[in-house]
Design a protein around this ligand. Structure first.
Ligand SMILES: [Zn+2]
Length: 315
C-alpha cells in the first residue's frame, strides 16, 4: 500500500533541514543541506528537488502529499519570503516556485511559527491551547498560540516578540528601535553583554575567550556549572531581561507556558531561574499565575520540519 508523506522544510540562514513526515509525526528520513543564501533561491529549490527525487526513487512505497516550509520572514498569507536576514533573496514567491517545480500543494509560515506548530502537533504543547514558543538563536523569534490557534494577525506578521522594547533608552536593535528584547536575549544580545563586561574588566580570561568568535554556549554553560562568577552574572542578567519581556507578553496573552527552542535554549534553568523571578516581579496578578518556562522536548532541528509538515497535515 502506498504511504503518504509531507516534506517539511526548515530554511535557516546557514543550513536548510528537510524531512519526510508521516501523518502521525514520524520522520521517515531527514537531512541537512547548506542554504547558500548568497546564490539565487532557484539554486536551493533545484537541490531540494533533487533530494525529493532521490528519496522517492529509493522509497517507492511512499507518495508526496504536499510541502510545508518554515523560513525567516515567511508569510503564511502571501506565500512570500520577504527580505530574510542573512539571505540575499529579496522578496520571493517561494510557494509558487515550489508548486511549479513539484506540482503539489505547498504552504509557508515563518520559522518560529513552524516551531510552535511542531510543539502543538507533536511536542510538549499537544494538550495546550495557549502557549508561546520562543526560539533562541542569532535572534529571538516567537510563535504564539492563542485559544488553540496560531496567531498571524491582520497581515501575517504577528508574534515579533524579539522586538518588544523592555527599555526605550536601551540598546540599539538591528530593526532601528531601542531596547528590543532580542538586543539582550539572543546570541547577538549575549555577545553584546559580554563585550560591555569586557570593557569594564579587560583582564577577565573567560570574557576574552567568549568574545573572540561566535559565542560558545557550551563553554558558558560549563563555566556556569563550575560556579564561575562571570558566567553566572551573564546568565542572570540575560534571564532578568528575558523575564521582563515574558511578563509583557504574559500580561497580554496569559499563556500556560513559554516553550524554548533553539541553540541558546540549551542553557535551560541557568537562564530560566532568574527569568522566572523577574517575570513574576513584572506580572500583574502574579500570585494567580503559574506560567511554566520549559525547554522543548523535540530534538535539534526537528520542531521546524515537524511544524512545517503539519501545515499540510492539519490543514
Ligand atoms: Zn528590534
Amino acid at each position: 500500500m502506498e504511504k503518504s508523506v509531507v516534506l517539511g522544510i526548515d530554511i535557516g540562514g546557514t543550513n536548510t533541514i528537510y524531512g519526510f513526515v508521516t501523518r502521525g509525526g514520524t520522520i521517515v528520513f531527514h537531512d541537512e543541506i547548506p542554504t547558500n543564501g548568497s546564490k539565487p533561491i532557484s539554486d536551493l529549490i533545484e537541490r531540494i528537488g533533487d533530494k525529493i527525487k532521490e528519496f522517492f526513487s529509493k522509497n517507492r512505497e511512499y507518495s508526496l502529499n504536499g510541502i510545508g516550509i518554515g523560513a525567516p520572514n515567511g508569510n503564511h498569507y502571501t506565500g512570500m519570503i520577504q527580505s530574510p536576514p542573512n539571505l540575499s533573496w529579496g522578496c520571493i514567491d517561494i510557494v509558487s516556485l515550489f508548486k511549479e517545480k513539484m506540482h503539489c500543494e505547498t504552504l509557508l509560515t515563518n520559522d518560529a511559527n513552524a516551531a510552535a506548530l511542531g510543539e502543538k502537533s507533536f511536542g510538549l504543547a499537544k494538550h495546550m491551547d495557549d502557549f508561546v514558543v520562543v526560539t533562541l538563536g542569532t535572534g529571538l523569534g516567537s510563535g504564539i498560540f492563542s485559544s488553540g490557534k496560531l496567531l498571524y494577525g491582520h497581515d501575517g506578521f504577528a508574534g515579533e516578540m524579539g522586538h518588544i522594547s523592555i527599555d526605550f533608552n536601551g540598546r540599539l536593535c538591528n530593526c532601528g528601535n531601542r531596547g528590543c528584547l532580542e538586543a539582550y536575549v539572543s546570541a547577538t544580545g549575549i555577545k553584546n553583554t559580554i563585550q560591555k563586561l569586557l570593557e569594564k574588566d579587560p583582564q577577565n580570561t573567560l570574557l576574552q575567550t567568549l568574545c573572540k568568535d561566535n559565542i560558545d554556549g557550551f563553554l558558558l554553560d560549563k563555566s556556569y556549572d563550575k560556579g564561575n562568577e562571570t558566567a553566572i552574572k551573564i546568565y542572570h542578567y540575560t534571564g532578568e531581561k528575558l523575564g521582563q519581556g515574558l511578563a509583557l507578553l504574559a500580561n497580554l496573552l496569559s499563556p500556560e507556558a513559554f516553550i524554548f527552542y533553539g541553540g541558546f535554549s540549551n542553557a535551560g534553568e541557568r537562564i530560566f531561574a532568574s527569568a522566572r523571578k523577574s517575570m513574576k516581579h513584572n506580572l500583574i496578578n502574579s500570585s494567580e499565575k503559574d506560567i511554566k518556562l520549559i525547554q522543548s522536548g523535540l530534538a535539534k532541528g526537528q520542531a521546524g520540519i515537524l511544524g512545517a509538515a503539519s501545515l499540510i497535515w492539519t490543514k
